[in-house]
Design a protein around this ligand. Structure first.
Ligand code: SF4
Length: 196
């Protein structure tokens, strides 16, 4: 198994991902679980993320992340594939302080790579803030209809329909990374996105 996944066509050839199983590692809100007419609204709980190969890969990556040598394996893969933009957790989330620490080490060892992720793990706020303070790592707090205001001292990533989006400055995701020139990796602004 390759530890990194090449991003989809909307992300271009410069983006690599590392995913973990949803629900096992994140703290889903009611929007995540049933915000789409009673069905999951979270991207990670529907569509391609539910395909058996995706689920198996995420489970294998979780196991790998718990073993010694994880940091060096990710750093080696980043260097080998010359990763410019790294999307951490398009499914899943930080599951412990120890795991956040591993990403702090990885980011420090890969200074030429820009990392970004989103999180709902308010219980891990302190260390996640430390991760976000690194020059090459942006962490945004995910907001949705059941969690509408930020609490983690991070920029936010919110649904367009939320009041906070109308009342704050935030960048609208274009859903086409090359076209928007990887804005959300290059800038630590708040961002918002339409529900699909
Ligand atoms: S804001 Fe731009 S770079 Fe970020 S995910 Fe959306 S399209 Fe991609």
């Amino acid at each position: 198994m390759d530890i990194l996944i090449l991003g989809n066509t909307k992300m271009g050839n410069n983006v690599f991902l590392f995913n973990l199983p949803a629900k096992d590692t994140c703290t889903p809100t009611s929007w995540c679980l049933e915000g789409r007419d009673g069905e999951p609204a979270c991207y990670a709980l529907r569509g391609r993320c539910k395909w058996p190969p995706s689920l198996k890969g995420a489970a294998q990556r979780l196991e790998l992340s718990q073993k010694p040598g994880f940091v060096d394996k990710v750093v080696e893969a980043v260097n080998r594939r010359k990763v410019k933009y790294f999307r951490l957790h398009s499914s899943g989330d930080f599951y412990s302080n120890g795991y956040v620490e591993k990403w702090i080490n990885i980011a420090k060892k890969c200074p030429d790579t820009l990392f970004r992720t989103t999180t709902r793990r308010r219980d891990l706020t302190k260390l996640i803030q430390e991760l976000n303070s690194l020059p090459n790592f942006i962490v945004r707090e995910s907001l949705d209809t059941s969690r509408t205001t930020p609490e983690m001292g991070l920029p936010f990533a919110a649904l367009s329909s939320l009041k906070i989006v109308k009342n704050s400055d935030s960048y609208e995701c274009q859903n086409d990374c090359p076209k928007c020139d990887y804005y959300c990796w290059e800038n630590s602004d708040n961002m918002h996105f339409k529900e699909f």
